[in-house]
Write a protein that binds this ligand. Sequence first.
Ligand code: PLP
Length: 449
Amino acid sequence: MSHLIKPILDGTYPKVSYGKGVFLYDEHGKDYLDASSGAVTVSIGHGVQEITDVLENQAKRVSFVYRSQFTSEAAERLAEKIYKLSNGHLSYSFFVNSGTEATETAMKMALQHFQEKGQGSKLKILSRWMSYHGITIGSLSMSGHSIRRTRFVPLLQDYPTVSAPYCYRCPYHMEFPSCQLRCADELERAIIRIGEEHIAAFIAEPIIGAAGAAITPPPGYYERIRDICDRYNILFIADEVMTGLGRTGKMFGYDHWEAKPDIVTLGKGLGAGYTPIAAAVATEEVMLPIKKGSKLVMSGHTFSANPLSCATALSVLQYVEKYNLVDESAQKGAYLKKELLKLKERFSIIGDVRGEGLLLGVEFVEDKKTKEPFPTSAQLTNQIIQTAMQNGLLLYPSAAGIEGVRGDAIIISPPFTIKEGEIKELLCRFEKTLSSIEMRLKNNQEERE
Ligand code: PLP
């Protein structure tokens, strides 16, 4: 009997033995090509000794200090590194332990920014349907992720109001550019309805992750969003927990557009799985009223800015720079996407391939022409994930489809360090998975007829 609560209580999960590069090995020696970097996290691959050496050395010096009592070289240098990576845009980092905590802290920073300026009625954070910002009540309130919200709806604030820039299933049944970015203008309409005096910020993932399988907005979208936020005195929070630090082929997801956010959240790739760490990072302008006012951001956790995690994350960022891994993500992502688009031509169930860098999404449909998804009862995403795992391939499940409620999709997001031969192996295992899924669907249909 296991005393551990697993995702599915009575589910069977292989026991991991070790990881090296893009592969994980279970206790029986079976290899799994980690095409999802776990939960889009292990951006530099598994078992990198340069990082584990730093971890060990820092642990020997000091692992933990309480941030109310000490600062540390590691935490100071990590905040400075993020400042430099953003070319001086993101001045102040608040370190936390998960992406969820990062988005909640970002939310509180935005509210506090206005409180300190005497605009305390600005308490709402607007967000999009088809988004994921975290699992606690505050961050889930901001998340337009149906399955994760449903059980808790009465406890949540009603934040997700704006449609996603989901061109494959345009909420207006239009096409870019003739749509003139109506989905972005929806933010303005929401602000007018609610009243700008009640709204502190708009939060969005630059490229939508778990709630949309790499939905990427059309050109000009974020420039329009930035303009609307400026006109209505609303801060723009870019939730870069998944997209940040090279995942999309640029250092930050927002670098794909000419629209700089006021607050950015980081997670996943910050510690790359070597340590739990995340951050809410703000510009000088956001922090100024707080610096002049109360001088404290009313947030924090016991483990915030602990030296062990900060030293580890710093070594991850140095590793990304040293080996040019952001460029690698862009180049390998372009190649992988091209190959996935070829698979789309061959497999009738692939409706769309999208994303940037090594954050790629594949959406599945029953009918390519009408874009009709499979019935929910078919549990297609689950079937694909399970079959891939049997074939030694790890994929990340995602919501997508009609209103993000009915549909099937996966994310493919291997470590940036993946080699060309390993991409070929990934594609080979994916193709094998799709072939057996298509065969199974065909057999099921024949049985029904
Ligand atoms: N924000 C985004 C964009 C995410 O993708 C996630 C997790 O998938 C979160 C926030 C929550 O992060 P965590 O699972 O580390 O709490």
